[in-house]
Write a protein that binds this ligand. Sequence first.
Ligand code: DTR
Length: 343
Amino acid sequence: MVNSAKYLGLFAFFLFFASILCVGVPAKAAKAAEVSLSYANFPPAKTFPCVQMERWKQEVEKRTGGRVEVQTYPGSTLLGAKNTLRGVMQGQADIGCISLAYHPGVFPLCSVFELPLGFTTSTSASLALWDLYEKYQPKEFKRFKVLTMFTSAPSNLMTKTPIRKLEDLKGLELRASGILSKILESLGATPVSMPMSETPEALQKGVVKGLFSSFDVLKDMNFAEICHYETVTNTAVYPFAVIMNMNTWNALPDDVKKIFNDLGREQAEWTGKYMDQHVKDSIEWSKDKYGIEMIKLSDANMQSVKEKTLPLIKNWKTKADASGIDSAAVLADIKASRLKLEK
Ligand code: DTR
């Protein structure tokens, strides 16, 4: 009995020892985050609004030492393009990325960035947009904490049939949104306004014969497969804002608020630089994979684009002045930023 008891004891000891080895001595539990934030985004994960979201998440979690964790929801998995504004206001998500052009009339000041203001890069336009927001603190955002703002690269035509001269646009149904839809209208096209996330189906079904946006989507949305003709207009950009629920913001520790505030302009610049490089990569990828054709309009046609879209700036000025905005000062500040940032 003694022998068998001894062996039983040894066996039990080894069993316990083996279980520790297999399961591992419970390491010190990873420190739980003090704050957990949900971040909703509408387009697919590989598009630039979501790429910048993941960078922001990484920086926040690194700079807070893990005290703040960010759960990201790309591809409209938490909130879609048209319900992010309300969803963040109601607290369905702590943070949301919105394309201002999807909310006509809601952003009387910052919608100025949907106009053909002459920006040639997303970097300069993104920094100018952020600086404008910081200077004017527009009341259109008073219900939110704005974490950062940025823009797409300048918009161009991506179409199923070639647009070699402005006359080719006549009556052509093209996807855009916000004031950029009005730019298409002024050039003779028939704009069909919808968020980027609805564009693939509209292209597949033939509801639209192309779109008016920046060239990153040739790759990120695979539009190069169906839109083989890219007419360079390099006109208006699409402005975006990353907004936070105000109760969520007010509940954050002061040192975390400082980290978020310090990230504001930095994230605008990072996103702009990412976008400008990604547009170049997207064009090369689309040429290699689908043999797309890049088309330049004549100088006369480019001059005509400028002339036909000028009234849109006047229209914006009239509406802005009517809502108490000093439109002349805003446009002067934007022009000064553009000249300084693009010199
Ligand atoms: N087309 C504009 C802006 C934009 C440019 N690239 C992307 C990628 C994903 C979403 C939007 C955009 C727009 O529809 O907002």
